[in-house]
Structures are given as structure tokens and as C-alpha cells.
Ligand binder design. Structure first.
Ligand SMILES: Nc1ncnc2c1ncn2[C@@H]1O[C@H](COP(=O)(O)OP(=O)(O)OP(=O)(O)O)[C@@H](O)[C@H]1O
Length: 199
């Protein structure tokens, strides 16, 4: 598998946010995207996911029979957790499992993995900030997709949850996955390359 970006440029509101961005990831590779507020980290992740158009350049994905285009190969974890507040945590995850396809872990198992084993029955809206983030992380586990695009994934997590999530990310890479993560804090991905954006 190969995820390659060449000469990427993107605009927001008619203004060029970044240009000449390039990287290549193979199975097991991580890329940590750093840079000041407004540098374009979120914009880059959304563009790679196909959620925003590129002003220039291209993203090339060489997958396999199961994952043959970049959008369908990516899990995108944005700033918003993309969960319905009135549905329970388990109902939300069941929706995402069906929507994303490639069922992977059972709902209960995924909740155990993020330390939420006992609250799958609660409405998502009842959860604390960190619990919401952990439930959103469980989305990455209920369906298998090889590329994880993570926008400040540890925002709101306590130390123990950060450590737990670092283990999940390392396991995903060890399993041949790829991760691109925008962050202002160390994520525990020591072997990942760094892409520094902005000044
Ligand atoms: N919908 C939009 N319309 C116009 N400009 C936007 C829009 N969304 C983002 N921008 C601008 O694009 C630039 C890049 O924003 P982006 O969110 O990608 O930065 P970032 O590096 O992720 O920042 P942060 O570290 O604060 O999360 C900023 O100047 C921002 O104001």
C-alpha cells in the first residue's frame, strides 16, 4: 500500500493556505503534522480525505482489491466527534460500523479498548468531553480502514487515555496501517516522520 501526496496546495475562502506539500506513506508509517494555529493542518487532513478540493497537486493511493481509492481507505477523526447526542454511544458506533463497512471489532470490545466498557447504553450527549473523544476513537476500531487521519486526536483526553490511545495507534501501525495525525502535543509515535507546516 502507498499513500503519496505531491505538490499539494489548498485554499480556504479564496486564500492560499499552503502549497508544495508532499509526503509518502507505506504500510506501518506514521506522519505527525505540526505547526502553529492556522497553518493548515486540518485543511490538509480534510483535503487528503477528499472532504475539501485541492487547489493543486494530487493524492495517490495504491491499495489492494479491498481498498482501491483513498476516501474509502480512510477513517477521518476531525475536531467534531461526529456522533448524535440523542443516540446512545453503542447506537452511534453501530451506525458508524454499518456506514463505514469492513466490520472489525465488536461494539462492546471497541468500548473496552477505550475504557468505556460500562457506558455504551448512555446517550452520547451525557458524556464528558474526554469520554466523547474516547467514544469517537472507538469509531476507528469498529470498522477496519487502513489509513487513519486524526485531527488533534488527544484533545480533551487525560494522561491515562493518551497512553491507551498511543498503544492503539502503535498497534494499528504494527498491523500495517498508516496514520497522519495533526497535533500540538507529542502523541507517542516515536518512529513517525514529522511534517512541519507554516512558520
Ligand atoms: N471555512 C473556512 N473559510 C475560510 N477560511 C477558513 C475556513 N476554514 C479554515 N479557514 C482558514 O484556513 C486557515 C487554515 O486553517 P486550519 O484549520 O487548516 O489550520 P490548523 O493548522 O489546523 O490550525 P489549528 O492548529 O488552530 O487547529 C486558517 O487561516 C483559517 O482561518
Amino acid at each position: 500500500m502507498l499513500l503519496e501526496a505531491e505538490n499539494l496546495a489548498a485554499e480556504r475562502g479564496g486564500e492560499l493556505v499552503f502549497s508544495d506539500i508532499g509526503f509518502a506513506l507505506r504500510e506501518g508509517d506514521g506522519l505527525v503534522v505540526t505547526g502553529p494555529n492556522g497553518a493548515g493542518k486540518s485543511t490538509l487532513l480534510r483535503a487528503v480525505a477528499g472532504l475539501l478540493p485541492l487547489a493543486a497537486g494530487r493524492v495517490r493511493f495504491e491499495g489492494d482489491a479491498e481498498f482501491d481509492e483513498v476516501g474509502g481507505a480512510c477513517h477521518y477523526l476531525g475536531h467534531q466527534n461526529a456522533m448524535k447526542t440523542a443516540l446512545t454511544v453503542a447506537e452511534n458506533l453501530r451506525f458508524w460500523r454499518e456506514f463505514s463497512g469492513n466490520a472489525h471489532l465488536e461494539i462492546a470490545e471497541s468500548l473496552e479498548m477505550v475504557g468505556l466498557g460500562d457506558i455504551g447504553h448512555l446517550p452520547f450527549g451525557y458524556l464528558s468531553t474526554g469520554q466523547r473523544r474516547r467514544a469517537a476513537i472507538a469509531k476507528l476500531l469498529v470498522s477496519y480502514r487502513p489509513v487513519w487521519l486524526l485531527d488533534e486526536p488527544t484533545a480533551g483526553l487525560d494522561k491515562a487515555s493518551e497512553t491507551q490511545f498511543a498503544e492503539l495507534m502503535r498497534a494499528h501501525l504494527a498491523d500495517g496501517g498508516m496514520i497522519i495525525a495533526a497535533t500540538h502535543h507529542p502523541l507517542g509515535l516515536e518512529d513517525a516522520a514529522e511534517l512541519r507546516m507554516g512558520a
